[in-house]
Design a protein around this ligand. Structure first.
Ligand code: ATP
Ligand code: MG
Length: 439
């Protein structure tokens, strides 16, 4: 659990830094609190990834006290205070001036903001569980690390009951910023919470308007949902609210919910989760035919790349997980030893195998395809040279043998390497003989 330990440590450092910033602000006569997600997480007993500070100091005031603070949207009153704690670890704390948002004409970002007090700042936040402040200097122990929670919106009660509820009038709040529908789903899934009835109705009513939100913001939310172990519930809620179709620009043709997604391992890679979701959304059979998956592989990653602004790497991994699952399920059993070794040593292999394993889970079989393939890979690893030995010969050797570089080079080297993987060529001379025999 080295990783979890580090995460916890980093969280503690982030808190210390945020409290230091609050202290400096207070010492200069300002009001300042820990705010938003970090307060929610501490109340839930989760170590926050980062801490945000909210204050009545204006951005200029923050800049005076923290000369190296960087403005990241001065109009919104958001500053970043950087602190290098040690080599390789810099803590960035967001320090935001209490504000109330004005009109949202583009339905994404408010046109302007007015700086105000803590109470109004709580009311511009999206959900009650996200609208809490914490005074870390107070002697109270509302949270284990100490401090007093300041709650203008009944957020503590909703947190205790497990409810995601819009602050204020749900209809108006969802109309202001359509991304909030996705955020509600993310929080409900992550914490296992219910979405309050009126909030849920407003999310449904505005779901189709998600199209107006930038692809980056939608993609960020989807990425955060699908890299978390609660992705199955997220997938179900997204479909139930009509948010999935709006986000991806296409209705589900499968409409079976998140069946395969539910069989994906908790710690699965984003690409594996996307692969499972694509199969759930795009295929009709109880268990998708492998041919259907091959067709999805050709179309869906490109479409989702645009809809979610996926990176090149993410898109490629998503594509390869589907193609790879096809190779494992359809081709593996009949494949030559050389081909099996090529498949097993591919960069995408472990992800594709994870998707096949999820399909095994869906099949409900004892000894699945993935287990069988795994056993064979273990055996292949034990053959001389293993899965991906250094080639016995290279292009240089062909040139030394009197060949001129040309279109047949690749085929010759491939044949030689295949023979090597099969155990038929064990020396450079044997490999060269095979390469020279190719026309
Ligand atoms: P996470 O732990 O996932 O980061 P978070 O609650 O910290 O959750 P952020 O996106 O970091 O989420 O936002 C910080 C805070 O800013 C939120 O807790 C919320 O109070 C407010 N907020 C963020 N996005 C919105 C939004 N679209 N509308 C209203 N308030 C928002
Ligand atoms: Mg946050």
């Amino acid at each position: 659990m080295v990783h979890a330990h580090n995460a916890e440590n980093e969280s503690q450092h982030a808190r210390q830094e945020a409290v230091r910033i609050v202290t400096v602000l207070r010492d200069h006569g300002h009001e300042a609190y820990l705010a938003g997600g970090c307060v929610r997480d501490e109340l839930l007993g989760i170590a926050p990834e980062d801490y945000d500070v909210a204050t009545d100091a204006t951005p200029d005031g923050v800049h005076e006290l923290f000369p190296r603070a960087q403005s990241v949207g001065k109009a919104f009153g958001v500053m970043h205070v950087r602190m290098r704690v040690r080599k390789g670890e810099t803590i960035v704390t967001e320090v935001a001036t209490f504000r109330k948002d004005a009109v949202y004409t583009d339905r994404r970002r408010p046109d302007s903001v007015t700086f105000t007090d803590a109470r109004e700042d709580a009311f511009r936040r999206d959900f009650t569980i996200n609208a809490l402040f914490l005074d870390p200097m107070d002697d109270a122990h509302d949270v284990p690390s100490g401090g007093r929670v300041i709650d203008y919106v009944n957020g503590v009660e909703d947190l205790r009951s497990g409810i995601v509820r819009a602050v204020g009038d749900p209809e108006a709040r969802l109309a202001e910023d359509h991304l909030r529908g996705l955020r509600a789903v993310r929080f409900a899934a992550r914490f296992g919470f219910e979405i309050e009835t009126k909030t849920a109705a407003a999310i449904t009513a505005h779901a189709s308007k998600l199209k107006g939100v930038s692809e980056e913001r939608i993609g960020d939310e989807v990425r955060r949902m699908f890299t978390h172990s609660s992705r199955t519930r997220a997938g179900e809620l997204l479909e139930a609210f009509g948010l999935a179709s709006a986000a991806l620009g296409a209705p589900a043709t499968g409409a079976r919910g998140a069946v395969l997604l539910g069989h994906v391992r908790d710690d699965a890679d984003f690409a594996v989760a996307l692969g499972a979701w694509a199969i759930d959304r795009g295929t009709t059979a109880q268990l998708a035919l492998i041919g259907e998956i091959a067709i999805l592989a050709d179309t869906v990653p490109g479409q989702w790349r645009r809809a979610l602004k996926l990176s090149n790497d993410e898109t490629e991994a998503f594509h390869l997980v589907l193609v790879g699952a096809c190779q494992i399920e359809r081709d593996w059993a009949e494949a030559s030893m050389a081909r099996q070794k090529r498949i097993a040593s591919s960069g995408w292999f472990s992800h594709a195998l994870a998707l096949v394993r999820a399909r095994d889970g869906q099949r409900g079989v004892d000894q699945g395809i993935a287990d069988g393939v795994c056993q064979m890979v273990t055996a292949l690893e034990k053959t001389p040279g293993g899965l991906a030995p250094e080639p016995l010969i290279t292009g240089e050797d062909l040139i030394a043998a009197g060949l001129r570089p040309g279109p047949t080079f690749k085929a010759r080297l491939r044949a030689a390497y295949d023979a090597q993987l099969e155990g038929q060529a064990t020396t450079g001379n044997e490999a060269l003989k095979i390469a020279m025999a190719i026309r």
